[in-house]
Ligand binder design. Structure first.
Ligand SMILES: C[S@@+](CC[C@H](N)C(=O)[O-])C[C@H]1O[C@@H](n2cnc3c(N)ncnc32)[C@H](O)[C@@H]1O
Length: 205
């Protein structure tokens, strides 16, 4: 399964190494989208770290979405421990065909998952289908800021110099494909953020 080969190991890495990035990215999402209530889909949520971080600083109800049931089970455990279980739902599925009604979601967030998607045009078109008019995306990857990025990349490289191999080659093709996909999907507006916070597609339906 792409991007989820070892959920237990991924969980450990998120807890021990990546954990500080999620509250930083969640604040950036809140500031850049202004969406703080309604329904949020965390697409390719893994153990749910980003969705959980945004749940804690907003009134959003989060649907944790992933192809891996094992990841979703881990996410579920955390939402219960962190007292956000009542605002959390869990959906197993593939981003290319999301089992949700059209125009039902206020914001789709996603970090570190899109490089693993097989067909970006199909995936982004599904995401736009489920968004309400005026709904937004914050999809991409990054570490929140320079110091977190440098610290984490250093630790990861030390532990396993090949850690980026599963997605590195997919990043450039996705970034190259995005402008054409967005021109085809023709949303109300979009902005590609490519700065110290990471690379993020902020789309307004
Ligand atoms: C590197 S993890 C990132 C997890 C989480 N967003 C984070 O930042 O901690 C990538 C996740 O994307 C999920 N994924 C990959 N392809 C997917 C697809 N086609 N549909 C749904 N989930 C997918 C994987 O199962 C995995 O949990």
């Amino acid at each position: 399964m792409k991007g989820a080969t070892n959920p237990q190991n991924f969980d450990r890495i998120v807890r021990d190494i990546f954990a500080p990035i999620y509250p930083v990215i969640a604040e950036q999402i809140k500031e850049r989208t202004g969406i703080t209530s309604g329904k949020c889909l965390d697409a390719g949520c893994g153990t749910g770290a980003l969705g959980r971080a945004i749940a804690k600083i907003t009134d959003l109800n989060i649907t944790f979405f992933d192809q891996s049931n094992e990841m979703l089970e881990l996410a579920k455990g955390y939402t219960n421990d962190e007292n956000i279980g009542t605002r959390s739902t869990f959906l197993q599925g593939d981003i290319h065909s999301i089992d949700l009604p059209s125009e039902s979601i206020d914001i789709v967030i996603s970090r570190g998952s899109s490089p693993f998607w097989d067909d970006w045009r199909k995936a982004y078109s599904e995401i736009l289908r489920i968004l309400k008019p005026g709904g937004m995306t914050y999809i991409g990857g990054g570490f929140g800021n320079v110091s977190l990025r440098e610290e984490i990349v250093k630790t990861m490289n030390k532990n396993n110099p090949n850690w980026q191999n599963s997605f590195k080659a997919r990043i450039k093709p996705e970034r190259d494909a995005l402008p054409g996909i967005l021109a085809y999907l023709n949303p109300t507006s979009y902005e590609i953020i490519n700065d110290d916070s990471g690379f993020w597609a902020v789309i307004t339906k």
